[in-house]
Write a protein that binds this ligand. Structure first.
Ligand SMILES: Nc1ncnc2c1ncn2[C@@H]1O[C@H](COP(=O)(O)OP(=O)(O)OP(=O)(O)O)[C@@H](O)[C@H]1O
Ligand SMILES: [Mg+2]
Length: 248
């Protein structure tokens, strides 16, 4: 890796969807080894930022690097270092979950016998053994979340980028994922996570970044950010939505 201290570096990033400015001069860094929670209300720009960092979206101005590799001109090098757990599941419908993982490993040049072993390890780790030879549509939504994690981890990436990995998970699965992420971070992996659960950010992360309307509102150590009362307005925009309703 070219720059071992900075996992993600974003400088003056602006992104438009046609005339709509989704990211407005976004700049921040994620240190290597950090557990970074990226928070913000619906539509704030979290997934768009992730899409830019992982090379899935283009952008108009700025510079984005992953461990020192430019995500556009050095795309293969930067992408290889990232494990991406997307917000929505997007799997090939014709493959079994084991095949899906082996194919994914192939994109990163992992030899088939290594990929098969690693796929089996992850399938076991995330308690999907019973579904090993099923297609993904035969999985429940919590199982699909686990499969997304397996796919993100198949090539042993340096940084895991997780877009709401525990949304819709039951408590047991949430705790399984939390434990696993904490363990990965302890082993030295950098983790970048978006979530709407404050409890999740509070429990797991070291650093918090907050985005709203495409602009960075705050980046700082967890403790400082959580004590900042002025940020409550970002999360409490929808107040009193049922005003006047009859709840008898
Ligand atoms: N492909 C697209 N075309 C046009 N507009 C888009 C597209 N993707 C996202 N947007 C817009 O960009 C803004 C940021 O969306 P984004 O998905 O990044 O939000 P988010 O912070 O991930 O929200 P959520 O918490 O709901 O997942 C929103 O206003 C959204 O409607
Ligand atoms: Mg999103």
């Amino acid at each position: 890796m070219r720059n071992s201290d900075v996992a993600i570096s974003i400088k003056n990033l602006t992104k438009y969807y046609q005339a709509f400015k989704a990211l407005d001069n976004v700049s921040f860094r994620v240190k290597r080894g950090d557990f970074f929670a990226f928070l913000g209300p619906n539509g704030a720009g979290k997934t768009t930022t992730i899409n830019v960092v992982t090379g899935l979206s283009n952008y108009q101005t700025g510079q984005v690097e992953v461990f020192g590799y430019n995500t556009v001109v050095e795309y293969p090098q930067s992408r290889r270092l990232i494990g991406l757990c997307t917000q929505e599941s997007n799997f090939d419908p014709f493959l079994t979950i084991h095949q899906l993982l082996v194919y994914q490993a192939g994109y990163f040049g992992i030899l088939p016998h290594v990929a098969r072993r690693r796929a089996d390890e992850l399938i076991e780790r995330f308690q999907l053994l019973e579904k090993r030879n099923c297609k993904h549509r035969a999985l429940s939504s919590g199982m699909k979340k686990r499969l997304l994690l397996c796919r993100a981890l198949i090539h042993d990436p340096e940084i895991l980028i997780l877009d709401e990995p525990t949304a819709g998970c039951d408590l047991e699965l949430k705790f399984l994922i939390w434990d696993y992420l904490a363990q990965l971070n302890k082993e030295g992996k950098t983790i970048f996570l978006t979530t709407h659960y404050m409890e999740e950010a509070e429990k797991l992360c070291k650093t918090i970044g907050i985005i709203n309307h495409g602009r960075i509102v705050r980046i700082g150590e967890k403790k400082e950010v959580l004590q900042d009362r002025s940020l409550e307005s970002v999360f409490l925009e929808v107040t009193n939505p049922m005003n006047g309703g009859n709840h008898d």
